[in-house]
Design a protein around this ligand. Structure first.
Ligand code: PMP
Length: 397
């Protein structure tokens, strides 16, 4: 079977919009253009009804008790900011200590750093070699002054999945709010904010085949009710938590994307996992000396982050990415030559960090594309290794 180049294999960075999602959105760019706040006339009511339907779809995906717990935002970056700054602003009198991890997305880490300049104390938990947060370290980090724990569900670079149930349980026992960044997991693996005792959760539409620039923050309303100080003022939309005219077509698309994800998640994740395992096994079989970064067991089905010893990282990525769109470790740190902070936290050597490649498999990747990728990567790595003086000298010993 022929493949169309370039192959897209960077689904942790973003996903294409599903045609069914686009279909749902189009009427809201055309005849159904009303402002959802204009409930006094038919155009506004039509838009507002569509927003509420989308709210139910998003709520259902994460098993929120009440659709009102979903606040629409511009994406997970904004949601994470609102969750963390919102709790910090509202509960400052109760405490000024926040616990997070070293491998969070920048939208959490940079927000944490900002709060340090505002008098908050932050604890950045380390992870083990598998990329998993140590529950005992978390237990010890929580003090009477702690108001929030912010730990992501799955990491965007290495795809490792944290023991969210245990973290949620501990947060609840210690009466600390629990924020969880679901950007990489909502719509990919089951998420249940009730069973996982999550109080706040960031979600992004463009990671689950919806449009860019839209997302949501789940804000628990009961047991416990989470109050937040808003970060954007004006007009009182979204229960006063996020003012601004709602992006109706994008939100409709987000809702539809959640609905599709929920229906197809089980089948899709099985199919993607099988392809990922083929890619991993074949690369290891053909090349040897291939290191998987992060836990294989606790990992997103569509993520494979691997390092190749004895190759020059930049050359490898440049050669591969002409035909296959992948990312070097993290899309966010691709512009710098610094090894990614996630690799550092895992304890991966600098040399191996530089050769880390993140393959992000998704909805439309085919077996033929995987086969092509295996051939191509094996050929490039093989060639670069032959040109590597270290590799040549090791082989001659
Ligand atoms: N958190 C994680 C784990 C992510 O992967 C991303 C996207 N790279 C975000 C947050 C930010 O999401 P958005 O692009 O919607 O702002």
């Amino acid at each position: 079977m022929s493949v169309k180049l370039p192959i897209y294999m960077d689904h942790q960075a973003t996903t294409p919009v599903d045609p069914r999602v686009l279909e749902a959105m189009l009427p809201y760019y055309r005849e159904k253009f009303g402002n959802a706040a204009s409930r006094n006339h038919a155009f506004g009511r039509e838009a507002s009804d569509a927003i509420e339907a989308a709210r139910r779809q998003v709520a259902h995906l994460v098993n929120a008790e009440d659709p009102e717990e979903i606040v629409f935002t511009s994406g997970a970056t904004e949601s994470n900011n609102l969750a963390i700054k919102g709790v910090a602003g509202m509960f400052r009198e109760r405490g000024t200590h926040i616990v997070t991890s070293q491998i969070e997305h920048k939208s959490v880490l940079d927000t944490a750093k900002y709060l340090e300049t505002r008098g908050f104390r932050l604890a950045y938990l380390p992870v083990d070699r598998e990329g998993i947060v140590d529950i005992e370290a978390l237990r010890e980090a929580i003090s009477r002054n702690t108001i929030l724990i912010s730990i992501m569900h799955a990491n965007n670079e290495i795809g490792t999945i944290q023991p969210i149930d245990e973290i949620g349980k501990m947060a609840r026992e210690r009466s600390v709010f629990f924020h969880c960044d679901l950007a990489q997991t909502a719509g990919k693996i089951p998420v249940d904010v009730r069973a996982m005792a999550i109080d706040l959760a960031g979600i992004s539409a463009h990671k689950l085949y919806g449009p860019k620039g839209v997302g949501a923050l789940y804000v628990r309303k009961r047991n416990p009710r989470v109050r937040l100080s808003p970060q954007i003022h004006g007009g009182g939309h979204e229960g006063g938590l996020r003012s601004g005219t709602l992006n109706v077509p994008a939100i409709v698309g987000f809702g539809r994307a959640c609905e599709i994800a929920e229906e197809e998640m089980q089948e899709e994740s099985k199919r993607i996992l099988r392809l990922r395992e083929k890619l991993r096994n074949e690369l290891i079989r053909r090349l040897g000396d291939v290191h998987v970064n992060g836990s294989l067991k606790h990992r997103l089905p569509g993520n494979l982050n691997i390092s190749f010893s004895n190759v020059e990282g930049e050359t490898l990525l440049t050669e591969i990415s002409e035909e296959i769109a992948v990312s070097s470790g993290s899309a966010c740190s691709s512009a710098t030559l610094e090894p990614s902070y996630v690799m550092k936290a895992l304890g991966v050597s600098e040399a191996l960090s530089h050769t880390a490649i993140r393959f992000g498999l998704g909805r439309w990747n085919t077996e033929a594309e995987i086969d092509y990728t295996i051939e191509r990567v094996a050929a490039v790595v093989g060639k670069l290794r032959l040109a590597s003086p270290i590799y040549a000298s090791e082989r001659s010993q």
